[in-house]
Design a protein around this ligand. Structure first.
Ligand code: FMN
Length: 307
């Protein structure tokens, strides 16, 4: 048994959370991960609705009992998504990408702990001051929106800088990766990309196929999809996605928003965004999410026994 602060605190068997992934992580994925012994998280993106949160929370609860919900802090202005997340009674709420201070007390008042994904030590200090319970050091190799510092340097810096429990995210896709961050002092890991070929994910079929075909060098850190899809992410967060014909043509181009929006077609596998991290090269077969997290934990445990 890999027992850590995370497993004890959340009452779970494995020190693994499936990452909140907007557009890809709904109730089925979260439920299967929780059923397997981790804690699955719903990914509530800016364009999510309160109804979606309620429906997918019920699905996750039916399958796996417990689940978490991850929100994008910069997009919470009107508060309705946070209200919906609190009302769904998750085990944990994630407030990532932005200062969580305006929202933490409301979540705590409902008796729910808060985790926050951060990309620099300065971000970590903001989250610490806001009173979050768990820090997630999210490295720049992660899929989706992220920062610029790699997982290992960031994790080491953050572990030295805070007394709060720390999880690692970004590039962890095997027992080796989980063992490495646990050995370094993390209390667990968030897994995203490694689960994205699983049948329980939502999103277009081509996203699973393209991930299976991709190698670790096939991603690009870009804002071009946010511009094309009219997602007003703060400038400091680009997203890591698989390269495709759209990024070849428009990443780092000075084409204006209207033209990008015109050229973008999510139904076209060569143009539509597939957010994924550098762990893409480690995902070569489509397997159920529950089996993946159990295998990763078992292999990490074997590796750590060597010491
Ligand atoms: C498709 C996709 C969507 C994501 N959406 C969100 C999100 O809505 N909120 C969030 O906090 N993190 C989001 N992330 C980041 C993940 O929570 C996590 O940090 C990342 O997947 C970990 O790195 P890995 O992909 O290398 O495992 C997303 C990641 C991916 C791949």
């Amino acid at each position: 048994m890999l027992e850590t602060w995370l497993t004890r605190e959340l009452g779970i068997a494995l020190p693994i959370l499936s990452a909140p992934m907007g557009g890809r992580a709904g109730g089925e994925l979260a439920g299967e991960v929780s059923k397997a012994g981790g804690l699955g998280m719903l990914g509530a993106a800016r364009y999510t609705t309160a109804d979606w949160i309620a429906t997918e929370s019920a699905v996750a609860r039916d399958i796996g009992g417990a689940f978490g919900i991850g929100l994008q802090t910069w997009s919470l202005d009107d508060g309705s998504l946070l209200d919906a997340a609190i009302a769904a009674k998750p085990t944990v709420i994630g407030l990532s990408f932005g200062d969580p201070a305006p929202y933490v007390d409301r979540v705590h008042a409902a008796g729910i702990p808060v985790l926050s994904q951060i990309n620099t030590v300065d971000d970590m200090r903001l989250a610490e001051r806001a009173g979050v319970d768990v820090i997630v050091a999210q490295g720049g190799e992660a899929g989706g929106h992220t920062g610029h510092i790699g997982t290992l340097p960031l994790l080491q810096e953050v572990l030295e800088a805070t007394e709060l429990p720390v999880l690692a995210a970004g590039g962890i896709a095997t027992g080796r990766g989980l063992a490495a961050v646990l050995a370094a002092g993390a209390e667990g890991a968030l897994l995203g990309t490694v689960l994205l070929a699983s049948p329980e994910t939502i999103g277009p079929e081509y996203a699973r196929d393209r991930l299976l075909a991709a190698g670790s060098g096939d991603t690009v850190y870009t804002s071009v999809f946010d511009q094309a899809r009219d997602q007003p992410w703060p400038q400091r967060w680009g997203g890591r996605a698989l390269q495709n014909a759209f990024t070849s043509k428009y990443h780092n181009s000075d084409v204006d928003h209207a033209k990008l929006a015109d050229a973008y077609d999510p139904a076209d596998p060569n143009l539509g965004v597939v957010y994924a991290g550098q762990a893409a090269g480690l995902v070569n077969v489509a397997r159920g999410a529950g089996a993946i997290v159990q295998d990763i934990a078992a292999r990490a445990e074997q590796l750590l026994e060597r010491f």
